[in-house]
Design a protein around this ligand. Structure first.
Ligand SMILES: *Cc1c(COP(=O)(O)O)cnc(C)c1O
Length: 399
C-alpha cells in the first residue's frame, strides 16, 4: 500500500457521490427528484439529535445491539492466533441487514413516505425491511428473484407473516440483480409516495454512503469492545464477505483510515474464478454502470452484465459497491475469494468447532482463514454477518 492514498476520499465520497472514479448517480430522469431529495436531506436528517436518539434506541432495544465480540478459542488455537467473531448473526432477524433498515425506515418516515419497496437476495434484507415496516405500520413490497424464492423458502414465509408482499423477479438469472431491476422499475412508476430501501452499499449516491454510515455501528462497537479486552482498539486484520459490501463496509468503516489495520474482503468464487460460474467481481469485472452507480461489475466486452453464480444468494451479485471498488483499486483492502465448496467446508467447520452455524455468505469470510498466515499476537476480527438457519436446506444436502 502506498502512502499517497487519500484516506478521506476512501471513507467519504465527494459531493457528487464519487469514491475516486467510482460512484455517482446514474438514474432515469423520472427518479431524479427522489434521488435529489434524498441527497439534499439524508445528512441533515440523520445528524439531528432526534434521529440519532431514535436510531440508537431501536438498535439497542429492537435489534439487540451491541452484538457480542466473541473470542473464538478453538479457531484461535487451530490457526495459532487470536480470532474474534463480531456476532451480527445475533441481531434481530439474523443478520447485519437490520442496522440499515432501521436507519432507512426512520429516514422514510421523516420524508413522509408511506409505501416501502426493497429488493432481496438471500431474503435477509427483505425480512429486515418487512420487519421494520411492520413495526412502523407501513406498506411493504419486496422483489425477489424466482430462484432465490425457491432456495430461501423460510425467509419468504417470514416476510409474508410480517405482512409484506413478495413479488418474484422472473427475468435474467432470476436472482438479486433481477430483483433490483424490478424494484427500480417500481420506483420509477411510484416516484411520489414510495421510498426504496436498498439493502447494500450499492445504488445511486447517496445510498452507498448512507448505508455505510448506518452499518458503521459494527466497527464502532468492535473498537470499544477490543479496547476492553486487549487494551488496544485496533485489530491487525478485519475480514468480511462482500456481496454488495454492506457488512464489510460496516466492519471496515472506522478502520479505513487506520493504515496498520489490514482489511480483507472475500468475494464468492462460485465454482471457481475461471469456471464461468462465479461472482468474484474484482477478479472478473471492469468499470461500468450497474443499478445507478459507476463501479466494478462483471460484463461482456459489449457491456452486457454477466450472470453471476454463488451457492449463497446474498453474494450472487455481479457487482460491488463503489466504496469497495475504490478500496480495491487503491489497494487499501485486499480482495480474496472462496469457492462454494470452500464456503460449505468452512460453515461445517465453524459449527463443529465453535457451536455456531453461520450463513453461507459469512462462511466465505471464514474460508480464507486456512490460506492466510497469521502471527501469534495478531488480532483478527471476522464479521459474522449472519446465522445459517436460512441455509439449512443447502446444508442438509451436504450432511
Ligand atoms: C446480505 C448478506 C450478505 C451480503 O451483503 P453485503 O451487503 O455484502 O453485506 C452477507 N451476509 C449475510 C448474512 C447477508 O444476509
Amino acid at each position: 500500500m502506498s502512502d499517497k492514498i487519500n484516506y478521506n476520499a476512501l471513507l467519504h465520497p465527494d459531493k457528487n457521490g464519487y469514491y475516486g472514479e467510482f460512484g455517482g448517480a446514474f438514474i432515469p430522469e423520472m427518479l431524479y427528484p427522489n434521488v435529489q431529495e434524498l441527497k439534499k436531506k439524508y445528512l441533515s436528517i440523520t445528524s439531528t439529535k432526534r434521529f440519532k436518539t431514535a436510531f440508537d434506541k431501536l438498535l439497542k432495544d429492537f435489534a439487540g445491539r451491541p452484538t457480542p465480540l466473541f473470542y473464538a478459542e478453538n479457531l484461535s488455537r487451530q490457526y495459532g492466533t487470536n480470532i474474534y467473531l463480531k456476532r451480527e448473526d445475533l441481531c434481530h432477524t439474523g443478520a447485519h441487514k437490520i442496522n440499515n433498515t432501521i436507519g432507512q425506515i426512520l429516514l422514510a418516515e421523516a420524508l413522509g413516505k408511506k409505501r416501502i419497496i426493497a429488493e432481496t437476495g438471500a431474503g435477509q434484507h427483505g425480512v429486515a425491511t418487512a420487519t421494520v415496516c411492520a413495526l412502523k405500520g407501513l406498506e411493504c413490497i419486496v422483489y425477489m428473484g424466482e430462484k432465490d424464492i425457491e432456495r430461501q423458502a423460510p425467509n419468504v414465509a417470514r416476510m409474508q407473516m410480517l405482512g409484506a408482499t413478495v413479488v418474484p423477479a422472473v427475468s435474467g438469472s432470476k436472482t438479486l440483480k433481477d430483483a433490483t431491476n424490478e424494484a427500480i422499475r417500481d420506483w420509477i412508476n411510484h416516484p411520489e409516495d414510495t421510498y426504496y430501501i436498498i439493502g447494500s452499499v450499492v445504488g445511486p449516491h447517496p445510498y452507498p454512503d448512507m448505508v455505510a454510515r448506518f452499518q458503521s455501528v459494527i466497527s464502532k462497537e468492535i473498537k470499544s469492545q477490543l479496547k476492553k479486552v486487549t487494551g488496544n482498539e485496533l485489530p491487525t486484520h478485519v475480514i468480511a464477505c462482500v456481496g454488495g459490501g454492506s457488512n464489510a463496509a460496516g466492519a471496515f468503516y472506522h478502520f479505513i483510515k487506520e493504515k496498520k489495520v489490514k482489511l480483507l474482503a472475500v468475494e464468492a468464487a462460485g465454482c471457481g474464478v475461471t469456471s464461468g460460474m462465479s461472482a468474484a467481481t474484482t477478479q472478473l469485472g471492469s468499470t461500468g454502470i450497474l443499478h445507478g452507480s459507476m463501479s466494478l461489475l462483471m460484463q461482456t466486452a459489449d457491456g452486457q452484465v454477466v450472470e453471476p453464480h454463488s451457492i449463497s444468494a446474498g453474494l450472487d451479485y455481479p457487482g460491488i459497491g463503489p466504496l469497495h471498488a475504490n478500496l480495491y483499486r487503491s489497494k487499501r483492502a485486499t480482495f480474496l475469494s472462496a469457492t462454494d465448496a470452500e464456503a460449505l467446508e468452512a460453515a461445517f467447520h465453524l459449527a463443529k468447532t465453535e457451536g455456531i452455524i453461520p450463513a453461507l455468505e459469512t462462511a466465505h469470510a471464514l474460508a480464507i482463514l486456512k490460506n492466510e498466515k497469521f502471527k501469534k499476537d495478531d488480532v483478527v476480527v471476522i464479521c459474522l454477518s449472519g446465522r445459517g438457519d436460512k441455509d439449512l436446506a443447502t446444508y442438509m444436502k451436504h450432511l
